[in-house]
Design a protein around this ligand. Sequence first.
Ligand SMILES: NC(=O)c1ccc[n+]([C@@H]2O[C@H](COP(=O)([O-])OP(=O)(O)OC[C@H]3O[C@@H](n4cnc5c(N)ncnc54)[C@H](O)[C@@H]3O)[C@@H](O)[C@H]2O)c1
Length: 248
Amino acid sequence: MDLSNRVAIVTGSGRGIGRAIALKLAEVGATVVVNDIGEAAQGVAEEIRAMSRQSLAILADVSSSSDVARLMETTKATYGKVDILVNNAGITRDQILVRMSDEDWDRVLNVNLRSVFLCSRAVLRQMIKQRWGRIISIASIVGVAGNPGQANYASAKAGIIGLTRTIAREVASRGITANVIAPGFIDTEMTQRLEEKQRQELMGHIPLGYPGSPRDVAEAVAFLASEEARYITGQILNVDGGMAGAWL
Ligand SMILES: NC(=O)c1ccc[n+]([C@@H]2O[C@H](COP(=O)([O-])OP(=O)(O)OC[C@H]3O[C@@H](n4cnc5c(N)ncnc54)[C@H](O)[C@@H]3O)[C@@H](O)[C@H]2O)c1
């Protein structure tokens, strides 16, 4: 796998799965734009530069059209193009449906789904012109299975699947692929917030018997971003220790 001469944007890559993806893409040669709303993005970009790869941190809220426009313009002005877009930024605001506020619904849909629409639209024209591109979006197995307390999150993740399959079909003839990775239970700050009882219960649903690491997701992203994966598009790849197979 060799991503030298490729420019990648990874949204929400200041920590967790996004950070692991940014580091992995850099490891296999890519120039990486580290996007986040938090200052941690700067540290990840520094880590990548220490690996003798090019990297730039761009603080931007990917649910905002003006921020996304700035993210793309700055990337193109600095590196000339975008070859790989990884839509990773995501949040949870869990609550059972009858108690879910309009704000929690809107915020999760905006950060987790609208962002994928905005970022994908922003990169596609130039990818079409260069006749090469990779769009990889991080959904979740709950986008297919549903999950009590996560109506907003599961709906957004299901939306990513429909959006990705549509993009895949719209631009397949232009050398661009679009795929989804659906992680199961990955050990990050997002899941460290769960109560111990919830963690143990989830663990009982993982045939491999342990939570995934951000690196497990990053390896799959690097493959889908590579030339070797050119014939794979419109797919959902579960990275879940067998969880969806045991659950669904
Ligand atoms: N951890 C899991 O078990 C798991 C499972 C399935 C799917 N996922 C998905 O993987 C992705 C990464 O999750 P994680 O566990 O690393 O979460 P995390 O909370 O550790 O990291 C998410 C990052 O996204 C950033 N972010 C949040 N809102 C943003 C915005 N509007 N614009 C730009 N950046 C923003 C955060 O600042 C943070 O750095 C998310 O899409 C999540 O839904 C995670």
